[in-house]
Design a protein around this ligand. Sequence first.
Ligand code: 2P0
Length: 326
Amino acid sequence: MSRARAVTHPNIALSKYWGKRAGEGNMPAVPSLSVALSGMHTETVCEVLPSLAEDELVLDGGPMAANGRERCAALLDRVRARVDSPARARVVSRNDFPTGAGLASSASGFAALALAAVRAYGLDASIAEVSDLARRSSASAARSLFGGFAELAPPPDAGATFLAATPLAGPDAVPLRVLVCVVTESAKDVPSTAGMNRTRDHSPFYAAWLDEAPRVHAALRAALLAGDLPGVGELAERSALAMHASAIAAGVIYFGAPTLAILSAVRGLRARGIGAWATIDAGPHVKVLVDEADRARVASALHGIPGVLRVIEARPAAAPTVEVTP
Ligand code: 2P0
């Protein structure tokens, strides 16, 4: 038993996961393809302490909220069951970007917790097994166990219980830079799981989304492997708009006024021949995809938009790290 420290990066989906398969196990209904972002980190230390009566969970300097506590304790319980240990753990986690605000903190957070917990409890697990463990807590977290570009496809077998993300390409597959326009420091109103379930239950366009997502995913995958950044950018924007169109029709609206202002600016840049594409997750922030050669002029255009608090400049990240200390 020991102490392990993991550092992971959030990832953003270029082709989006939105919707779960019916049944247990947090299985995605559509394939997704993501890029891990450098310049943003979760650092999680997990320490196994047999003297503790219950898990001690600290996030960003304070005790974790009830919902987060339950999800983290459930992950720790899965690890404990595998090594047959009753020992509780102290987990201290910190994000260097806003938590729970549509900036993929659950992706990097559950990936870091899975990695740190597996090592701290001494569970002999492959990276695919750690990815599967993280996926059960938050499907996008399965992709944060890898650097560069990763995929998470629904399993072909309807009864499957194991599902891990797979690495697809290294960080240099395309000369991509991601300009993350932060428009609020607050947490979002509708958590992703609730938003997905409401979309599935109430959107007249959910079936169209399920139909469209695999096609966009396959085309985006091909563009990435061909090194075609404009193709990747166009398809990523298409995936995000299709996901949000389907969600908005169910009343799940993550856009705010600055979201639309940034989208409009990005389309204005494209009309002037500058390669810039937008993607939006379960929150109002916009991530702008650009060629590294255009990074500086696109960033200066984004800084001037009302409502943009700051712009985080990220590039495709390397793989996460974990170290065990006695
Ligand atoms: C994604 N998102 O592919 C999509 C696009 C947000 C928009 O995965 O219910 O926290 O915990 O499996 O992974 C965010 O949802 O959802 C997400 P759960 P998760 O990145």
